[in-house]
Ligand binder design. Structure first.
Ligand code: 5GP
Length: 189
């Protein structure tokens, strides 16, 4: 199958489905694909590095970024913290003709769809609801209350799967990445 190369790809999907793992696998195989670094008001988890995993900003700084039109999209995710995509770096990559990937939530994907309908919208889905719960508990980075909030968001996100151009089931990371590579129209080697 040959697919026209995508310039901007939006990868969405519920909590703990493995978006980060799949995009890391993709980037290990295609370093040319640029992954946007989001701004967030969430505090860093152990091991997360400012400017690498996220730009960790204060609520005031986030307000200023919105005010100054610096965000391509933003949303309150899991009813708590704000997350947004800095506009400038994305526009630079697209202007340079380099493939760019956004790993964002459903609300953000909808905003990008409204402003950049030519982007390719991909939904990463879990093999089953039970497996999603298992992965969320297994990674052990959230307490029980936060897990409940994330699962509530996940139910809403899963119901919106049909809004996306492509649905990839993350049953196996390497296989899911292979499918994403095809969907993005990256050259297979
Ligand atoms: P986490 O707190 O686990 O790093 O991320 C929580 C959720 O925020 C994930 O589902 C992720 O897709 C979403 N997210 C991360 N960055 C952005 C962003 O820039 N915009 C939006 N709308 N969602 C984001």
């Amino acid at each position: 199958m040959t697919t026209t190369p995508a310039r901007l790809t939006v990868l969405a999907g519920p909590t703990a489905v493995g978006k980060g793992t799949v995009s890391a696998d993709l980037r290990a195989r295609y370093p040319r694909v640029w992954l946007s670094v989001s701004a967030t008001t969430r505090p860093p988890r152990p091991g997360e590095v400012d400017g690498v995993h996220y730009h960790f900003v204060s609520p005031e700084k986030f307000d200023a970024m919105i005010e100054d039109g610096e965000l391509l999209e933003w949303a309150v995710v899991h009813g708590r913290n704000r997350y947004g995509t800095p506009r400038g770096p994305v526009e630079e990559r697209l202007a340079a003709g380099e493939p760019a990937l956004l790993e964002i939530d459903l609300q953000g994907a909808r905003q990008v769809r409204a402003t950049m309908p030519e982007a390719r919208f991909v939904f990463l889905a879990p093999p089953s609801w039970e497996e999603l719960e298992r992965r969320l508990v297994g990674r052990g980075t959230e307490d029980a209350a936060e897990r409940q909030r994330r699962l509530a968001t996940a139910r809403v996100e899963l119901a919106a799967e049909s809004e996306f151009d492509h649905v990839i089931v993350n049953d196996d990371v390497h296989r899911a990445t292979d499918e994403l590579i095809q969907v993005m129209g990256l050259p297979t080697r």
